[in-house]
Design a protein around this ligand. Structure first.
Ligand code: ATP
Length: 402
């Protein structure tokens, strides 16, 4: 249908980038990017009128995010026709706007496009040898200044290489090494670096990607103290194990994978190094708290649990409850004895859902005047339940009356 709308508006419409790449690789991809030769915002407005889709247009860049009623998302971009003035008598020529749009992309494998207009529907457009590189399993940039233009591409190259089991091409590898030598990363903002790091740690095999980054001497670009020591590698592997275990619990709350890996990656950092990392990645507010205060808490909790062999469930509850899920899982990776693993898994699977039978209203019926004491009583009841001191509702009533 996108093609038909393009036909009506007299615009070329193409699906481009990661979606086409993954289509040819037979990988799932639910992010659809469309490029139109014409006004992308106008195109999105038609989708809004016809399908009641929600759109967020950016007039300045002529792009729009579109969300359909069933949740399907679409990014629409505009390929602008650009005119090049040639000197002297040469006429002004227009270069295919789609080609220019694709030329700005990171790697050849991301430059494939499929035409959607009804005439030529399904035509695969390959200006830069993307199909060949997909077949050769090769990550290649489009031109030699690519990494200078945008240093985040270095991290993207490693991410795609490791995700698909590809190889970074010889020339591209040389460009990465040059980029590293010339230290073009200084101008890379913390925000963009953080975004790419998160994408790597959220991808299929962060351990492999981290080893590759180390191999290319790129971990230091993030922070000079980032080292893949045996301890750190063990924790990264522990994190992988903990994530697979957690997934099998089918809990509604999903952990942020990147966060658990990053916590483990910097688990040996001094607070000074952490400060440097927060500065480099431009972490502020909530994100900063995750790596400062909450990280310290988690390390403390893990060492407390390591020291205790017979810890009461109510204490485990009190230690873990204030921590985000990722920090709870981080404690499991940090544990030196089996206690943290065992107790934290019990907290996650049992303790955290335990509530007293009695509610505020019950306390009222028992003749206790309402006030802040209610939450104190309810907490004590929960602790007693956790520790097996009370079991039934009647036990709880006895407990309160005592
Ligand atoms: P993923 O499966 O990880 O989402 P993707 O290829 O869709 O992969 P995105 O990060 O969503 O990756 O980017 C969408 C498209 O935008 C890519 O296909 C790529 O061509 C282009 N792109 C993204 N970042 C850059 C960049 N830094 N430089 C050039 N092109 C980029």
């Amino acid at each position: 249908e996108f093609g038909t709308i393009g036909d009506e508006l007299g615009m070329g419409v193409y699906v481009v980038g990661g979606f086409v790449r993954d289509l040819l690789l037979r990988e799932d991809n639910f992010d659809v990017d469309i490029v139109v030769e014409g006004d992308g915002v106008k195109f999105a407005q038609i989708l809004k009128e016809r399908y009641g889709a929600k759109i967020s247009p950016h007039e300045k860049f002529k792009t729009a995010q579109v969300v359909f009623k069933d949740g399907f998302r679409l990014d629409v971009a505009t390929a602008r026709l650009e005119y090049y003035e040639y000197p002297a008598a040469m006429p002004t020529v227009s270069i295919s706007s789609l080609k220019l749009d694709l030329y700005r992309r990171d790697f050849t494998i991301n430059t494939l496009a499929i035409k959607l207009n009804s005439k030529e529907f399904g035509l695969l457009i390959d200006f830069f040898g993307g199909q060949r590189d997909l077949k050769d399993k090769c990550i290649r940039v489009l031109h030699s200044l690519s990494f200078v233009e945008d240093p985040t591409r270095v991290f993207r190259a490693v991410r795609f290489e490791q995700r698909f089991g590809f190889q970074i091409g010889k020339h591209t590898l040389r460009l990465i090494k040059n980029a590293r030598r010339l230290n073009i990363f200084d101008k890379l903002t913390g925000k963009r670096l953080f975004t790419e790091l998160k994408l790597i740690l959220d991808d299929r095999d962060p351990e492999a990607a981290l080893l590759r980054l180390k191999d290319l001497d790129l971990l230091e670009v993030i922070h000079k103290d980032l080292k893949l020591t045996e301890v750190v590698l063990d924790r990264i592997r522990a994190a992988k194990g903990v994530l697979s275990w957690y997934e099998l619990l089918f809990k509604p709350q999903k952990p942020r994978q990147w966060l658990l890996f990053l916590l483990n990656l910097v688990s040996e950092f001094s607070s000074r190094s952490i400060k440097g990392l927060c500065q480099r990645l431009d972490l502020t507010g909530k994100n900063e708290v995750l790596f400062t205060k909450l990280r310290e808490e988690a390390i403390k909790v893990a060492s407390i649990l390591d020291r205790e062999s017979d810890v009461r469930p109510s204490k485990v509850y009190r230690l873990l409850r204030p921590l985000p899920l990722e920090h709870q899982l981080f404690c499991m990776c940090l544990g030196k004895t089996h206690v943290p693993k065992k107790e934290i898994s019990r907290f996650i699977t049992e303790y955290q859902d335990i509530r007293p039978h009695l509610k505020g209203n019950d306390l009222k019926s028992l003749g206790i005047p309402p006030g802040p004491i209610y939450s104190e009583i309810l907490e004590k009841l929960r602790d007693a339940r956790l520790d097996g001191e009370v079991e039934t509702r009647d036990d709880e009533i006895d407990f309160v009356q005592r």
